[in-house]
Design a binder for this molecule. Structure first.
Ligand SMILES: *Cc1c(COP(=O)(O)O)cnc(C)c1O
Length: 392
């Protein structure tokens, strides 16, 4: 185990502050490290392993496709892509899909499509995209530019222009930023990396309305909130709004690198031959994995996610170590007592056999969507015990 850590440090770029754990294998909501220690998983990767680790239905989908054909270029038609795209359109009412490999790529595609829509209809100069302060949209230069956090706007100059950031939930401030150069508004309904903050529903509905009135492209970044995470297939569905573009990735293929961009009737013909592409996007193994995930994202599962949320809130609310609980469904932010660092609590949780995540100053939980109430309960006990130990 120490060899793996040493050789990682020697050979892999040091861009991550890794925990001192080497994961060997996982099954369901349990991971095992090389030294045989077991962990309850409250992370799902980072919201990727929608049905936990090595779920048998998911494994079958992946293995069967790997034995059939692992890849063909996008110059050919393939069945897994078509089945998945059809099901995505059926379940969302969107008109067309483009497949990518990641969240950042999904957002890149959305940004390109929004600007082209505006250019086609209104010509040059209408290219501003409004995003929110504290948002996170990815690590490419364009998606970093879209991301409304100053810490991400360093070193890599020049960034992409015409991204305007406005505070979340401030309708007046948003309206003041919309002008004749605006072409799109992009939001996460729950800001994940920014600290698991759910937007107000009036704010989301206002964006929907203003985009319709002014022919702006309404983009919802569902990379983290999507695919059942909040107790809805896509989180926007809770609000009775109609985004023009929905981007997703993380949980879509249950732990394989995959993303999708969904377009409504306004945008479905905006990108055409030669204007966008990818070598791996839509890969048959990933598409088969995603199809198997998507067929299981049904009301029964969404009810389970909502039940887990209720259970968690009942258990944690009023506890002296929990200042507040944020987020939606199984996308949970936990505000810790003053002076208690989320990172220290996360390290203590690992010592005690629980894998959590952090987001800003909060503990963030993204458990597998099918975690049992018993596992959830056990994990929450470990979390509370760990906070207590850090305080002492
Ligand atoms: C994780 C995330 C991204 C970036 O996804 P990658 O797959 O890491 O490129 C973009 N937007 C949101 C909301 C995310 O949570």
């Amino acid at each position: 185990m120490t060899d793996i850590i040493k050789e990682d440090n020697e050979n892999i770029l040091n861009t991550y502050k890794r925990f001192n754990v080497v994961i060997k294998e996982g099954h369901g909501s349990t991971f095992t490290s090389f030294d045989g220690k077991k962990y309850i998983d409250f992370s799902s990767g980072i919201g990727t392993n929608s049905f936990g680790a090595c779920d048998s239905e998911w494994v079958n989908a992946v293995v069967n496709q790997a034995k059939t054909v692992q890849h063909t270029s996008n110059l050919f038609y393939t069945e897994p892509q078509v089945k998945l795209a059809k099901l995505l359109c059926e379940k969302t009412g969107m008109k067309k899909v483009f497949f990518s490999n990641s969240g950042a790529e999904s957002n890149e595609c959305a940004i390109k499509a929004a600007r082209k829509y505006s250019f086609d209809k209104y010509g040059m100069g209408r290219s501003e995209i409004i995003t929110l302060e504290n948002s996170f949209h990815g690590r490419t230069i364009a998606t970093l530019s879209a991301t409304g956090q100053d810490v991400f706007h360093q070193y890599f100059f020049p960034f992409v222009g015409d991204f305007i950031h406005t505070p979340a939930n401030d309708i007046k401030a948003l309206d003041e930023k919309i002008n004749e150069k605006t072409c799109a508004i992009m939001i996460e309904t729950v800001q994940g990396e920014g600290g698991v903050n759910a937007l107000d529903s009036e704010f989301i509905k206002h964006i929907d309305k203003v985009c319709k009135e002014k022919d702006l492209v309404f983009i919802v970044d569902e990379v983290q909130t999507g695919n059942g995470r909040t107790g809805y297939l896509y989180s926007y569905m809770e609000y009775n709004v109609n985004p023009n573009i929905v981007t997703t990735a993380k949980g879509l293929a249950g732990g394989l690198p995959f993303g999708a961009i969904l377009f409504d009737s306004k945008l479905e013909n905006t990108l055409s031959y030669g204007q966008h592409g990818t070598t791996f996007g839509g890969n048959p193994i990933c598409a088969s994995a995603a199809y198997s995930v998507l067929t299981r994202l049904d009301d029964k599962l969404f009810n389970h996610v909502k039940e887990c949320r209720k259970y968690l809130e009942n258990k944690l609310k009023g506890n002296k170590y929990i200042k507040s609980i944020s987020g939606k469904g199984m996308m949970v932010g936990i505000e810790l007592p003053d002076g208690v660092k989320a990172y220290d609590v996360a390290v203590k949780c690992m010592e005690n056999g629980l894998i959590p995540l952090t987001a800003k100053s909060k503990i963030r939980l993204l458990p597998p969507l099918n975690i049992s109430i018993e596992e959830l309960d056990l994990g929450l006990d470990i979390l509370l015990k760990s906070i207590e130990e850090v305080i002492k």
